[in-house]
Design a protein around this ligand. Sequence first.
Ligand SMILES: *Cc1c(COP(=O)(O)O)cnc(C)c1O
Length: 361
Amino acid sequence: MGEAEQRDGLPALRAVPRRRYTNGPTPLEHLPRLSAALGGPQIWIKRDDQLGLTQGGNKTRKLEFLVAEALAAGADTLVTAGGVQSNHCRLTLAAARREGLECHLVLEEDLVLEDGPQAGPATGSAAPGGNPPEFTGNFLLFDLLGAEGVEVLPQGSDLMARAEELAEELRTQGRKPAVIPVGGSNDTGALGYADCAWELLDQLAENGLPSRQDGLAAMVLPSGSAGMQAGLIAGLRAAGSTIPVVGINVSRPREEQEPKVRALVDAVAQRLDLPPVPAERTVALGDYVGPGYALPTPEMVEAVRVFARTEGILLDPVYTGKAAAGLIDLVRRGVYGPDDTVVFLHSGGVPGLYARTAAFR
Ligand SMILES: *Cc1c(COP(=O)(O)O)cnc(C)c1O
């Protein structure tokens, strides 16, 4: 084993405990009709909406490492937090079912823009721009999958403080809880996407697509709690790829998101014993957030429709719809042209589409 192999981080990654929730790689597909409709680059899509566990999505890759870590620590209960339509909470609960663990969720009510009925879970009435926890989408699945605990806190609550407090209460009852952070985004969860980098590079090679030079214009993906983007940036760099990883923010302006992603890139690089990753490898664009997290924009609505009508692929309104709106805008502005190839990462989230239909009426 040469020095090069030591430094690429793969041996360190292989040594980390991991569970397996997906059989084999997710598909990498060409989207000829979408590419033609936009008249720009050739667009390919990495179908992480087809990952394992209930209805898939990017948290499945993170949970392979997070749950393995919890199990190694002797946990019998998972505690995590997120929004009322959190894909991360759904998949953490699904992993708990798979492993025979208890699962408790701490949820935050949606952001509501204007004064409207501040509906709680019981009333379920709609407020302008907001989406109170109606019994649908992921919120329905928390019940179907039988979460042992679901708490809904007001907008702006400190979810992780409550999750830690809840874990303490569970400990006094004799349980052994492991607290998983919002979005599964710590250095352990991000390893799932460091691993994805090697999977992707193999698939690019199989499809005759450039992977190590500037031939591939970019990988475009949503950037939220940052674990997915940070893991990919660290993993691609470790594998010697120079593909730019362009994050489209779903909740923060660029000047807040990029430092958040970079901190996690550094943590992953350290974890895998890699040399530091140059700061300029992290790009997270804040132009497509709109009024706020999970709040619709006209461009998101258009993007969801375009993917559905050209390729029959469903996106979600909170993450992939806004990321696709960013991709479409970058194509229209000529940032990516006809000679380029772009890979869009479909990170899942479609169960939440059915809970946020108002913008599509
Ligand atoms: C959580 C999530 C994201 C964002 O990933 P982060 O690692 O939190 O940045 C993107 N898409 C979907 C569907 C998600 O659930």
